[in-house]
Design a protein around this ligand. Sequence first.
Ligand SMILES: C/C=C/C(=O)SCCNC(=O)CCNC(=O)[C@H](O)C(C)(C)COP(=O)(O)OP(=O)(O)OC[C@H]1O[C@@H](n2cnc3c(N)ncnc32)[C@H](O)[C@@H]1OP(=O)(O)O
Length: 472
Amino acid sequence: MAGVRALGVLSRFTSRRYALYSARTHVNYEVKGDVAVVRINDPNSKVNTLSVQMQKEMAEVMDEVWANNAVQSAVLISSKPGCFIAGADINMIQGCNNAEEVTTLSKEGQKMFERIEKSPKPIVAAINGSCLGGGLEFAIACQYRIATKSKKTVLGTPEVMLGLLPGAGGTQRLPKMVGLPNAFDMMLTGRNIRADKAKKMGLVHQLVDPLGPGLKSPEERTMDYLEEVAIEYARGIVSKKIPIHKVKGSMEKIQDYVMSFGLVRNQIYNTVQSKVMKQSKGLYPAPLKIIECVKAGVEQGPVAGYLAESQNFGQLAKTSESAALIGLYQGQVACKKNRFGTPQREVKTLAILGAGLMGAGIAQVTVDKGVHTVLKDTTVSGLARGEQQVYKGLNDKTKKKNITSFQRDSILSNLTGQLDYSNFAKADMVIEAVFEDINIKHAVLKEVEAVRQSHHCCQGEVTPHLLSLFPV
Ligand SMILES: C/C=C/C(=O)SCCNC(=O)CCNC(=O)[C@H](O)C(C)(C)COP(=O)(O)OP(=O)(O)OC[C@H]1O[C@@H](n2cnc3c(N)ncnc32)[C@H](O)[C@@H]1OP(=O)(O)O
């Protein structure tokens, strides 16, 4: 890696930034030696999306990269540490007046990614953060993919959750890349795939460990490191030291052989279709259209497949089901926002009265956010049940490999279970979650106030922020 670092220093003297000479705002590039580093960054949003502007600038930049004789390969990277590309711009899709307009958008996306796929110079997608929908379709059109093992790095095709389908070549490229069963699983569930799983599935070629803090923040160091590695791989692909195509193992060869039989493929289509019908009761058109597009591409060839994809994408975008699901997504985004501004006092320690379902549920969320949480109950058995609930929630995440057992234990260390009020004096906030009995509620609130008064808490302040889940 020392070689890579030395190279990074050298490149500072030989690199040229091309954004300075143009009015581009979303995509810029810098030539480092013989590699063009193409950076995506929507200045107006927390995430990058394939908006009209982004696509226009990307096409311009790629034309320049392809025409530049000094450039032999390219790296595609985001300047936002938490997001590679979150997909097509949902507002752009919603802004279309009819299905034909959406179909045209899809065809333009398909064309753009076909040019990327056929690029005469290898393009390495360097992925950190969310790589979703059209963002993943972009990445899988590139010749090589490197992803960080960061918790934030997720790959997926969530279009089905918006009542849509992957409309920029995804229904055609994914089955070839990860096989029919995996492709259906991804497109029909819309689930996020973490980097290590993506590598096992053949969705990415290489993984990069995220870095810790140094002179720069962990995010900045990870992005710099990812870029350095991607540049090295881009050069390696040009010099043929890095193979783009994986040598297939015997299992994969057997799978390919089995899949070459029409009978087997038909069995898969039928099984998937009946599962969709069972789960959706036929109420959602998108999953059925996804199956139709995949089948068209695999059975009739790419021309039929791409046509089915763009037309069905257009039709789906104008269904009432898609409008409702997009509305639901927008509602979820709105719910994430804090409408109350920055809190006057940061909550470092939270005390919860009552370790029942509600109290333990609150504890589960707060320990996860790094808040030291005191969970109080009146009985040993009640407290143990609550603590067990918090542990189980975290342990389930460990089993699903969403977090490591070390992370589980570290999060759990934020929880203190107790039967008395001993840690309440230093709590910044107390949440009351005891039985629905007004007398008990009054009694525990009095007890908390007494503890706070006896400790002369918070420079004269008697009670911390005391939240009750019901008016008392
Ligand atoms: C042919 C291809 C079709 C498609 O690709 S359809 C789109 C498929 N993609 C998706 O469905 C992904 C949707 N986005 C997300 O799931 C999440 O977002 C992320 C995981 C990417 C990020 O989550 P977090 O960090 O919590 O941010 P946040 O609060 O959800 O979003 C921040 C701002 O980004 C906007 N945004 C996110 N994705 C898109 C998108 N695909 N198109 C348009 N806007 C998007 C939101 O609305 C919001 O905006 P504001 O700050 O103004 O409220």
